[in-house]
Design a binder for this molecule. Sequence first.
Ligand code: DQQ
Length: 593
Amino acid sequence: MARSNRPLSLASALISCTIFYSFFVFDRINVDASPAALPFPESVELCSKGVGQDRTAYHFQPHKYWLNDPNGPLYHNGIYHIFYQHNPKSALWGNISWAHSISTDLINWRSLDLALDRTDSYDINGCWSGSITVLPGDRPVILYTGIDSENRQVQNIAFPKNDSDPLLREWIKPKYNPIILPDEDLIVTKFRDPTTAWLGHDGHWRITIAALVAEMATALLYRSKDFVHWVRAESPLYFSQISGMWECPDFFPVSLKGKEGLDTSVNADNTKHVLKVSLMRTLQDYYILGRYDEGRDMFVPEDSSVIDDYRVLSRMDYGNFYASKSFFDKQKNRRVVWAWSNESDSTSDAVKKGWAGIMSFPRTIWLDSNGKQLVQWPIEEIESLRREEVHLHDLELKAGGLQDIEGIKASQADIEIEFEIPSLERAEPFDPTWLLDPEKLCGERGAFVQGGVGPFGLLVLASEDLEEHTAIFFRVYKANNSHMVLMCSDQRRSSSRAGIYKPTYGGFVGIDIEKDRRVSLRTLIDHSVVESFGGGGRTCIIARVYPEHLLTTNTFLYAFNNGHEAVKVPELTAWELATPHVNREDENFAMPK
Ligand code: DQQ
């Protein structure tokens, strides 16, 4: 097979790493900035390798050390802000504070000093997750969980020190903190992660906070007139028997028509509400669609029959995606969601690398036109990173077909492919019990187990001998009255390195394959990330992988079909992506004065 990927020799990898290490020792450059100034400088191809071949290029990660949950994403006065859970001293979880980065395009990021550090009795053991709300007068305010000197979880507030600083660099914690203490009936170590507030028609703010109450996973409701004094409502916003504690709830409206996002306080006839919860038990994010009944101040799920079994809840993503948080981007009238994607390598690997944890690529999120599921899609700004391009069309993938996609550096790429299924005749019978564990099904029927219709999809981050690869693929089954499309991301062969978690992820795709006869796949590849969007973003799977061959040789990209039935590929486009500035501390990168 002819392969024209740009070679990456061991020598060049080592040179890139040397360059990165030299950035590493530079101190942060303090440059004043104003939002009216020019945006970030053009993306420059910097060291794409970072510390080892696993460092990502265009996914958000700190310059060094530990990252977990996204906190308080915000668009304010021309600048995007992301805060996140960070250990400023190590690549392992601990010393949890709020780190802070800013951007004008959600692609290039500059890191600022910590926004919240563990300084006072009410947060001396950690500044845990929380949110930002913009109060009237365009004044952002942070609500976060502090771990106090008695290891209780309390809720605190912080304000920008200087309202006229467009970068919101310094935050002040008023002396009257904490503003919410755990009531007697609550477990003091299970009361955390306040949401962005929404304003009711009565002029009172509301927030929800996760807690475990009488063994029930609960989204407690608090109300306030002045944002400082909060009163717990008698009834929670929502609770469920879903076992274990929820973390990082997110509660927001979505429009019944179109992709536009809504401000968190909107509650109208043409909207639904989404309650997103992060389930500690599975470390997965789930969501429930429903209605916000303002009269009763309660969330009412539209399908109450399913919600006590987490296995049938809708998933934000079927992969390594946790503690997600969304915000309304009023500049572009969209809602954008981020999540923490944890490492799948070991803690000793983290220490060696000097970092751990990345964010999923920011995704626009909206309600599908059928009103039944959420759809997520990489924000359009990713297109500014597209460079070399390969375009193929009208391919046929017969049984066993493998199509080399060559001409781009495939370790840092964006691929859009559409599969057309001329015949569903050979679709195998569907077993409804699979709905409870699609992941297991993906493990039993991997990319090389022949089926009737499928598996077909992509092999990414593949070594020349295919010993290492990650497979993202579909299979179509015939159920009683319809066809079911399974999407899998199989990491079992992703790396020859031992000591790495290499799961198989999977979920069903909510499309009508009988009518459409097509299913699309978009995959973002970024060294140790494979982030996939099936059926136009109806099923998403982000995975962390650590291919060993990236250090020394080219990586390859293929489309394949291992089903009996031939499939067609009407369109396939793959772009190599440039490396933006993501929290790198080099002299070329500063917001102009
Ligand atoms: N991470 C934070 C908590 C949150 C958890 C601590 C979720 O506030 O519940 O770092 O990952």
